[in-house]
Write a protein that binds this ligand. Structure first.
Ligand code: ZN
Length: 375
C-alpha cells in the first residue's frame, strides 16, 4: 500500500462504515476530562508496549511463582481493556493487534484491514504508526516474535490473513517505518530488504552499530524473550528496546515505538509456567528500562497493554493455574505513564479506543484518526 495513495476519508464513506456496526464507536473522553482539553502538549513521544496474551492473572502468577515484584504494579494510572474482535468474542492477535493499532475491530486472522474489505481493495484503516509517520515522527517496531507476527504486522502491514508472510514482509518494506526488528520470518532476505532501502541485520553487534534516522530490518536467529541473551549474536527484548529509543529520540518531531513481548502468549498456549513467567519478567524488565527513560525525558507517553488473555489463568489454592490452552475473553490491563488524559483510573476501555486515545494525547483530532485510507 503506497503512502502516495493515502487519501482522507470522505464524510459519506464514514457513514458507510458506521452502517457496518459499532466497532467504529463514537469517541468519548475520559469521564474526568473535557473533550476540548483533550490534548497534552508535553507529550512528544509514544512507547506502546504490548504483552501478547497478558491478562491480570499473568502478573499474579509470575509474582507468586518467581517470588518477585513487578514494575507493572507500580503504575499509578491503571485501567483495563475489553478485548474482542469484530466477529468473535475471543480475539486472536491479528484482530487484537489491529484494534490496538488502528482504532477499529476486524475479523480474527485479519491484519490492518476492514472486516468488509479484507483484501483492502477499496480501503484500509490507517494505523497509528502511519499517522505518526505522516506528521514527521520517527517510527519503530520491536518484537520478540518473528517480524511478521500478527502484532508487529498490525502496526506495519495491511493483509487479509496473518499467515500471508511474503505479503506482510512486502508491506513492511513499503511501510516507511524506520525499523522493524524481531526474529527471522524465513522470508525476508538481504537483497529484498536492501532493494527497499532497508539495512538488513542479523546480529546484536550490527544492531548496536546502527545510527540515528536510518532504515533497518532485523532478522535475529535465536530466542529474544529470555531475560539473559540466548547467545552473543541475539539481543534481549530490553536491549532491542533501549537501542531503539537511542536511535529514535533525537528529533524535534518525536517518535512512536511499539514493543511486543510475544512469548507471554506462546508459553501460555503450551501452559509452560516457567517459560511464561520468564517471558513476563523479560517484558517487565523492558518496561522498567523504558520508564526510566520516560521519567528522565519528560515528554514520553508510555502505554502498556495486551491484545487478549491466553490460558484463562485462574486462582487456585495459594497460586494460579492455566485452565485452557487458548485465548480467553478476560479483560487485560491498561497501564499509563506520562499523561492522565489517556484513561481515568479504573476506567474500562474497548480495545480499539486505546490507539485513538494515544492519538488524542499526541494532539491529533477525530478528523485525523481513526480514518480510512482509500486505495
Ligand atoms: Zn495466541
Amino acid at each position: 500500500m503506497l503512502n502516495s495513495f493515502m487519501v482522507k476519508i470522505t464524510a459519506s464513506f464514514i457513514s458507510f462504515i458506521l452502517a457496518f456496526g459499532t466497532f467504529f464507536g463514537a469517541y468519548k473522553a475520559p469521564k474526568t476530562q473535557e473533550a476540548s482539553k483533550y490534548f497534552d502538549d508535553n507529550i512528544k513521544n509514544v512507547i506502546y508496549l504490548i504483552g501478547d496474551g497478558m491478562g491480570f492473572n499473568h502478573l499474579e502468577k509470575t509474582k507468586v511463582e518467581k517470588n518477585t515484584e513487578l514494575v507493572m504494579d507500580t503504575f499509578e494510572i491503571k485501567g483495563s481493556s475489553m478485548t474482542r474482535s469484530f466477529n468473535k468474542k475471543v480475539t486472536d492477535s491479528a484482530a487484537g493487534g489491529t484494534a490496538l493499532s488502528s482504532g477499529i475491530r476486524t475479523n480474527n486472522s485479519a491484519v490492518g484491514v476492514y472486516p468488509f474489505d479484507k483484501q483492502a481493495k477499496y480501503s484500509y484503516p490507517k494505523n497509528i504508526t502511519e499517522l505518526c509517520m505522516e506528521s514527521g515522527m520517527l517510527t519503530g517496531v520491536v518484537t520478540s516474535d518473528a517480524t511478521t507476527g500478527a502484532t508487529p504486522s498490525s502496526f506495519s502491514a495491511h493483509e487479509s490473513n496473518r499467515n500471508n508472510t511474503a505479503e506482510l514482509t512486502a508491506d513492511q518494506f513499503e511501510s516507511g517505518i524506520n525499523f522493524i526488528w524481531g526474529l527471522s520470518n524465513g522470508v525476508a532476505t538481504k537483497s529484498n530488504a536492501e532493494k527497499a532501502g532497508y539495512e538488513y541485520i542479523t546480529t546484536y553487534d550490527e544492531m548496536m552499530s546502527l545510527e540515528e534516522g536510518g532504515y533497518s530490518y532485523a532478522q535475529f536467529n535465536n530466542n529474544l524473550w529470555t531475560i539473559e541473551q540466548s547467545d552473543s549474536e541475539t539481543p534481549t527484548l530490553e536491549q532491542m528496546s533501549m537501542k531503539a529509543i537511542d536511535i529514535l529520540d533525537d528529533t524535534d518531531e518525536g517518535f512512536f515505538l511499539m514493543i511486543e513481548g510475544a512469548h507471554i502468549d506462546k508459553h501460555s498456549h503450551s501452559n509452560a509456567s516457567d517459560e511464561m513467567t520468564e517471558s513476563l519478567e523479560s517484558f517487565d524488565d523492558t518496561i522498567e528500562a523504558v520508564l526510566e527513560y520516560a521519567k528522565a525525558d519528560g515528554e514520553t507517553l508510555v502505554v502498556v497493554t495486551a491484545d487478549h488473555e491466553t490460558g484463562a489463568i485462574t486462582p487456585k489454592g495459594n497460586g494460579y493455574i492455566f485452565t485452557s490452552g487458548d485465548h480467553s475473553a478476560a479483560d487485560v490491563p491498561v497501564l499509563v505513564y506520562g499523561s492522565d488524559k489517556l484513561i481515568a483510573k479504573g476506567e474500562k476501555l474497548n480495545n480499539y479506543e486505546i490507539p485513538i486515545r494515544i492519538a488524542y494525547v499526541l494532539g491529533f483530532d477525530e478528523t485525523q484518526f481513526p480514518v480510512a485510507v482509500i486505495v
